[in-house]
Write a protein that binds this ligand. Structure first.
Ligand code: UT7
Length: 325
């Protein structure tokens, strides 16, 4: 009998502070950086994003999302036997955000660790949790994507600072005989490190290098469009399914043009793509679980439907998870 990882519940959290493009453009203009709502909407589809308060770290956002997911799943934190957090913006160099979330949820004992695969982080974390559930080493896993990218943006660089936001999304997975995750597919290629990176790091009590996000947007765009189609097709092939079997495409939310292009390649109509980039911006590892939770809560995603989750990001890393909800 095959053991599947089935989604029991989802949750998400967005910080209170919301900035529309006009709000952000006004703030940037005071520093001599010119941008506009028109440019941002036309090139990216983004209309607004949320920024965490100075007192909030990734673990705070993650804990809020986790609480919602636990409530939706109808289980308590003590019943978890695995916690994985995907993040590239941890509260500290160490310990991990996952151990902080575990403590904030008032539990202890189960393994808890972070996964760092930037915007593909949630896909990586979900795949690891699925493997641990299939192998029998976990029965109930909390998997979170949580980011405070506002902390690593250069607000003098208009080509990047308008694109990102903060937030967290979470799922509870449970071992089940009923179909859940059907297939997964992960990849990485380190030769692309310089097209999307934060080169700075902590060194002997200071910061060495520039601790803000650098991106060659066009190079990332071209790579993203190619690998998102490839990885979706790879997961479908592993599950003996075709693009016609997908009810909802939930891609990493970076740019509406990348998502539309991926949908076209998979012969899916635009209304089968869950889009939250307009309201959240790019929240890196949080974007896929945030989009998933949004569409679950507004009733679009129904039990029994087939979902294709896929991400791409720094590393370069990319991958997909095909699942029956
Ligand atoms: O999560 C990780 C994955 N990341 C991504 O998927 C990002 C992928 N890349 C992209 O989404 C797009 O490449 C961007 C949105 C980053 C840029 O869009 P683009 O259509 O590739 O624009 P561009 O870089 O070619 O810039 C076009 C023009 C330039 O002006 P000139 O040189 O033509 O005069 C830029 O200086 O737009 C200018 N520009 C801006 N203007 C107003 C760049 N940023 C801005 C801005 N406001 N914020």
């Amino acid at each position: 009998m095959r053991i599947y990882s089935r989604i029991l519940g989802t949750g998400s959290y967005l910080p209170e502070k919301r900035l529309t493009n006009a709000d952000l453009a006004a703030e940037l203009s005071q520093q001599g950086v010119e941008t506009s709502d028109d440019w941002i909407v036309e090139r990216t589809g983004i209309r607004a994003r949320h920024f965490a308060a100075d007192t909030q770290g990734s673990s705070d956002l993650a804990t809020e999302a986790a609480r919602q997911a636990l409530t939706a799943a109808g289980i308590s934190a003590e019943e978890l036997d695995l916690i994985i957090v995907a993040t590239s913006t941890p509260d500290m160099v160490f310990p991990s955000v996952a151990t902080m979330v575990q403590h904030k949820l008032g539990t202890a004992g189960c393994p808890a660790f972070d996964v760092q695969a930037v915007c593909s982080g949630f896909i990586y974390a979900l795949t690891i949790a699925d493997s641990m559930i299939q192998s029998g080493s976990a029965k109930r896993a909390l998997v979170i994507g949580s980011e405070v990218f506002s902390r690593i943006l250069d607000f003098k660089d208009r080509t990047t600072c308008v694109l990102f936001g903060d937030g967290a999304g979470a799922v509870i997975l449970e071992a089940s005989e009923q179909p859940g995750i059907l297939a997964t597919d992960l990849h990485a290629d380190g030769k692309y490190k310089d097209i999307l990176c934060v080169p700075g790091h902590v060194n002997r009590g200071g910061i060495l290098g520039d601790p803000v996000l650098k991106m060659d947007g066009q190079a990332v765009f071209k790579l993203a469009v190619g690998v998102l189609e490839e990885t979706a097709r790879a997961s479908l092939a592993k599950a003996n399914m075709t693009d016609a079997d997908i009810d909802w495409l939930i891609p990493h939310q970076a740019n509406i043009r990348i998502m539309q292009s991926t949908a076209r390649k998979l012969k899916m109509s635009a209304d089968k793509v869950v889009v939250t980039v307009d309201q959240h911006g790019n929240t890196s590892a949080a974007s896929i679980p945030l989009a998933l939770d949004t569409a679950v809560r507004d009733g679009r995603i129904q039990r029994g439907q087939t979902l294709m989750l896929e991400g791409v990001g720094g590393g370069f890393t990319w991958g997909s998870v095909l699942l029956r909800y």
